[in-house]
Write a protein that binds this ligand. Structure first.
Ligand code: ADP
Ligand code: ADP
Length: 237
């Protein structure tokens, strides 16, 4: 499992200072939750970790390797090198982003075939295994339209996990779900955490943060205002 070191990271959207000198250590095999008000920079920080969003100053290292740039403050790294680094990073978004014309199994297999170059029969087998792990063993032939929101999000998690990442990033993975479907997704995430996956989770689910996170980073107006033990967040002002 990967570790992430965020050191003095700054990010601007034009003149707007979105991340202000953020430093945070994300230890391997632990769950780090990013919480804070809407607009505080949680999603921006998460997306900087896999360089979906470019940071302007500072360093982000994954297992000691700088992501995004050849050297601190240096030139942007090549697309090929970035692709290589991203191979070990899985990401799950608020929206499930599944292909509507494909079954759950095909959705999960697609990345294995296209990104990993795994032959289709083997990819389909691994996809079925990944779907069984998220409790969808009996739904592999369903298209997304025949799955609930919670089931679709579990397919999205299976799709990321099938790629055997060493780090998983979650951007408000339950925010698009009806309340009664949130728990099934959080439970799948909890199981993944228990297997020792390094996870960074942007969430408003305080129960999950309090009970599953190993550390909780609290952002406010682009600043990291505290890194707390999970039990304390329920009492954060
Ligand atoms: P959070 O995830 O905490 O809700 P975000 O990281 O999405 O916050 O956004 C932080 C701030 O940056 C917000 O004020 C938002 O409006 C701004 N922002 C986010 N993305 C962009 C963008 N692409 N261009 C300009 N401003 C942005
Ligand atoms: P909230 O208080 O935000 O509604 P919940 O209490 O529903 O959140 O919990 C969200 C998730 O956190 C649950 O699905 C579960 O995975 C985890 N969780 C909640 N309470 C506990 C607990 N006592 N022990 C372990 N995990 C818990």
């Amino acid at each position: 499992a990967s570790s992430v070191e965020i050191r003095a990271v700054n990010k601007y959207y034009g003149p707007f200072h979105a991340l202000k000198n953020i430093s945070l250590s994300i230890p391997p095999s632990k769950v780090t939750c990013l919480i804070g008000p809407s607009g505080s920079g949680k999603s921006t920080l998460l997306r900087c970790i896999n360089f979906l969003e470019e940071y302007d100053a500072g360093e982000i290292r994954i297992d000691g390797n700088l992501i995004g740039y050849d050297s601190p403050g240096g030139r942007k790294m090549s697309a090929k090198k970035l692709r290589e680094m991203r191979r070990s990073i899985g990401m799950v978004f608020q929206q499930f982003n599944l292909w509507p014309h494909m079954t759950a199994q095909e959705n999960v297999a697609e990345g294995l075939i296209r990104v990993r170059g795994i032959a289709k029969p083997e990819a389909m087998k691994r996809a079925a295994d990944a779907l069984a792990k998220v409790g969808l063993g009996d739904k592999i032939a369903n298209h997304p339209s025949r799955l609930s929101g919670g089931q679709q999000q579990r397919v999205a998690i299976a799709r990321a996990v099938a790629m055997e990442p060493k780090l998983m990033l979650f951007d408000e993975p339950t925010s698009a779900l009806d309340p009664e479907l949130v728990g099934e997704v959080l439970n799948v995430m909890k199981a993944l955490a228990n297997e020792g996956m390094t996870m960074v989770v942007v969430t408003h689910e305080m129960g999950f943060a309090a009970h599953v996170a190993d550390q909780v980073a609290f952002l406010e107006k682009g600043e990291l205002v505290g890194v707390d033990e999970p039990a304390k967040i329920l009492h954060h002002p």
